[in-house]
Design a protein around this ligand. Sequence first.
Ligand code: PA5
Length: 460
Amino acid sequence: MPQCVRFESKFVPSELAASAQTLRAQALDLLGGVRDGTCMGSEWTGWFDYPARAGWSALESVEQFIRKNDTFFDLVVVIGIGGSYAGTKAVADALTHTYAHGLPRSSRVPVVFAGHNLSEAGLLELMDLCDRRQPMINVISKSGTTTEPGVAFRILRTYLEKRFGEREAARRIVVTTDAKKGAVRALSLEKSYRAFNIPDDIGGRFSVLTPVGLLPLALAGFDVRAMMNGAEAFFADVRGIPVDGLLKGAGGAAIEYSCLRRAAWDAGKRIEVMNFADPKLSGYAEWWKQLFGESEGKGGLGLFPAGFLSSTDLHSMGQFLQSGPRTMIETFLVFDNPQPQGGIERRIGIPSQPGNADELGYLEGRHVEDLNGAVTLASQLAHADGGVPVFQIRAMRMDEYNFGALFAFHETVCAVSALLLGVNPFDQPGVEDYKQNLFALLGKPGHEAQGALLRRRLGG
Ligand code: PA5
């Protein structure tokens, strides 16, 4: 079995590589702490090795639910924000035909997202879509009290109850939330919604391999067993890292990358750009941004995660990468086989044409994907020449297995990187601050004093 995720230092100054080398023992020690549940924030390390510990039984209950309910819906609406939806969107965006809305229906059920913003127009348009479909709604909230998904859920619940009546609406709603607390749990008990638990020891942005991602992806027809297998392969690889610290396999790659990120911080780098050359990976980049931004960015520390879509951004942000402030590192995400799995493998070659007015004759017969690979190489060389350290993460192909492995890889890199900076990867005090301010400004009972304080600051 080939290694599930590979990491390469493509163009890295020797001082950076040497400084990363000195961090290996510490990084391995910190990884050991994540593995044994003794690191900082250890009460949130349940995501590590989750497939082997509890993932498969969680998946079986998801599959059981789907077997009983797979006949009456043709649209999945996921309501959630942050870690409650970003992983599902990453897989759905990558593995759904870009123009599915204009094509005859496929074996997959379309999945759409709400509750990650408060756009009134967006909600109205979603109800227009629901009017033409038979929707199933999966509301996902670990705390069960977040305002944006709470508002979207109330609106869509009311819509379903009006359209189908309370009983049928309850059949079309499934919740994923904390086992005991929060408004979503209370509502599920009151209205008899089917409920799945988010494990106590797994926080939102580390939860894609739990029912948070498994349920909506399975409802939509994605191969979540393969996704779990990919994650399991990665964690098995991490377990295989020998105690003498000889780095090998995908687990070794995670350690090497974490050390380089920390060495980059010490060398004055402040931004990590993820460069990907297919818009299908935009959702994955969004998931990655949340994972690293919310985990590392604390106490004045952390690399700011920024997504960069090639070739699009080469013709806009590319200038900044080439010669803006030299505070960036760049990590390319590439696939050996970039075609999303499913269906017959298809290629487009550059057609031959009489004459050569467009001056592209020299490309005749070459595949577009090869040209895209050349774009990656050309930008790596240019950015390295511009003084940006360049790394590369490689997966085999765009499918559920590889996304499972990538999720597990990035979660591990994120935890070890944050710990190397001395940061607790698993809390998010900054996000909580905004959530509390929003409660106060909207007048939520219990937040009156804070509300008065904020209004005074705003001059009201
Ligand atoms: O990673 C996190 O903890 C956050 O991004 C949460 O996922 C996000 O704030 C949503 O919270 P909740 O699931 O409690 O509604």
